[in-house]
Design a binder for this molecule. Structure first.
Ligand code: RFL
Ligand code: PHB
Length: 402
């Protein structure tokens, strides 16, 4: 068995783990990233697309936004569609910021390339990761790579291993009175990536009697589209023709909007869930991103929340590692959860306003009334815009929401 040491062992090379590794390097803190899958797999997993303004700023500060600034699509606002019509919300006008559409896997590629170019370690295909000794100041992570068992000694373990990772389980066993807040939705999203040039340069969130639809994109040649489907739907039951025809029905083509179709490059169904685990730290183990919380994708918050967690964590680890102030870890959970609950509420609210839940006509009228409000009242539109473009990161968010 090989034995090595590092300051922070980071489990998971998703947005949370990789951004954390860069934030720590910028503070002179060494870390090792352990990733279960191979590099190709993590660089090609199609997921999120919307970066909040503070996330973009943070990636710029880290010096990893060169391609993002060149290829990312700056969006000044979004459109909300209902009753066959589109209504535009101009974020720039309402709150002075825009969002950027840039695929999560492109961010992951940029972060991996920059880390490896700096000579910092990422162990891909790290199997059987186990975490031990988290009660004390010298936790240990064991894993198998290249057929050998490795032991990594560190001062802090950062579990950035997503919703299906192992670190939340370890934390849960260490804290018997932990809390879990969980909500399932009776539907999921069928998502496709299509070789079809977008015909509009902003996202359309559409509330239709058949269910929700979302028109998004990844580049001037690629569209990303979603349809609300029942939670237990099978992707095999959706032919290309059925997908396009349902999109035609649910997107507001009545007001002159048309969109291109094309070969479907990728398809999948994602379940919708709201989930929060607390605390996010015990002893020398912290969890961040999807490992600690899940939001339904309607607010485009998951990846941004993962980045926000590690922005808080990096400042705390700076105190812990560089100044020996281990007690600073006590503040991690409460500092993160304020933002997590703000984003939980926003994501639940957007989901509730835009999806078809049941055939209750009372609920339907409430949805339409809310949609009319956010598309006609500057106060209501500003609130949506403020949440969508993203609240300030780190200390300034904590201070303003104390
Ligand atoms: P990730 O990205 O899941 O990364 C976790 C990594 O940990 C690895 N791993 C392990 N490694 C070693 N040992 C183990 N035992 C391990 N177990 C797991 C995994 O292989 C993986 O590489 O979590 P992270 O970093 O917290 O990032 C979270 C985001 O990925 C997620 O919140 C977003 O994708 C959510 N999301 C969206 N977020 C946004 O901010 N804006 C959006 O527009 C948006 N749209 C979406 C989304 C998620 C979607 N799906 C598919 C869930 C749209 C969809 C359809
Ligand atoms: C996407 O482009 O993948 C996307 C956009 C907005 C969302 C969710 C996903 O709310």
């Amino acid at each position: 068995m090989t034995v090595t040491s590092t300051s922070v062992a980071i489990i998971g090379a998703g947005p949370a783990g990789l951004v954390l590794a860069h934030l720590l390097a910028a503070r002179g803190i060494d870390s090792v990233v352990l990733e279960r899958h191979d590099r190709r797999y993590v660089e090609h997993r199609v997921r999120a697309g919307v970066l909040e303004h503070p996330s973009v700023e943070l990636l710029r500060q880290l010096g990893v936004a060169e391609r993002l600034d060149r290829e990312g699509l700056a969006h000044r606002g979004i459109e909300l569609a209902f009753e066959g019509r589109r209504h535009r919300l101009d974020f720039n006008e309402l709150v002075g910021h825009s969002i950027t559409v840039y695929g999560q896997q492109e961010i992951v590629k940029d972060l991996i390339a920059a880390r490896l170019a700096a000579g910092d370690p990422i162990v891909f295909e790290a199997a059987d990761v186990t975490i031990s000794d988290i009660d004390g100041p010298s936790p240990v992570v064991r894993y198998v790579a290249d057929g050998a068992t490795h032991q990594l000694r560190c001062r802090v373990v950062a579990g950035c291993d997503g919703f299906h990772g192992t670190s939340r389980e370890v934390l849960g066993s260490a804290v018997p009175d932990h809390e879990v807040f969980d909500r399932d939705y009776p539907f999921g999203w069928l998502g496709i990536l299509a070789e079809a040039a977008p015909t509009i340069d902003e996202l359309i969130y559409s509330n239709h009697e058949n269910g929700f639809a979302l028109y998004s994109m990844r580049s001037p040649k690629i569209t990303r589209l979603y349809l609300q489907v029942p939670a237990d739907e099978r992707i095999e039951d959706w032919s290309d023709d059925r997908i396009w025809s349902e999109l035609e029905t649910r997107l507001p083509t009545g007001d002159g909007f048309t969109f291109n179709t094309g070969p479907i490059l990728e398809r999948g169904i994602t379940a919708m869930r709201s989930f929060v685990f607390a605390p996010m730290r015990w002893g020398s183990l912290v969890i961040a991103g999807d490992a600690a919380h899940i939001v339904p994708p309607t607010g485009a918050k998951g990846m941004n929340l993962a980045i926000a967690d590690v922005a808080v964590l990096a400042d705390i680890l700076d105190d812990v590692i560089n100044r020996g102030r281990h007690e600073q870890l006590d503040d991690y959970t409460s500092a993160c959860l304020r933002r997590v609950w703000r984003c939980q509420h926003f994501s639940w609210w957007m989901t509730s306003m835009l999806h078809r839940f049941d055939d209750d006509p009372f609920r339907r009228q409430l949805q339409l009334s809310e949609l009319r409000l956010v598309t006609s009242s500057t106060a209501a539109a500003t609130s949506l815009a403020e949440n969508y473009v993203g609240l300030a990161l780190g200390e300034s968010f904590v201070r303003s929401h104390a």
